[in-house]
Design a protein. Sequence first.
Length: 104
Amino acid sequence: PDPATWLQMTGRQKDAALLPLVRRATDCVVRKVVADPRYSADMRPGDINDLIVDSIAACARPVRTMIDAHDRMYGDGSGEAFLLGPYLDVLPSAVVKQVKVKTR
């Protein structure tokens, strides 16, 4: 939607519009983590964090798309704040859940 439409959207509507982009970025991270030669199914959830960090650069396009959309909907700079705050706060648990990493 155009910027005038975003101004009229509720926070819930904006979140719903952003969700597919968040999923796309997360799916990319999951794919990169699983493809990493260091990954193994018996990794502890905490050990997977390095793989997640390393995958972000390889997922630059969907991550940047998510950040840019957030900026358009919530204001300049909000996308980076979202990435570095709420998104990264839940990303490790989302990746662990999706790759079904076994805990020891």
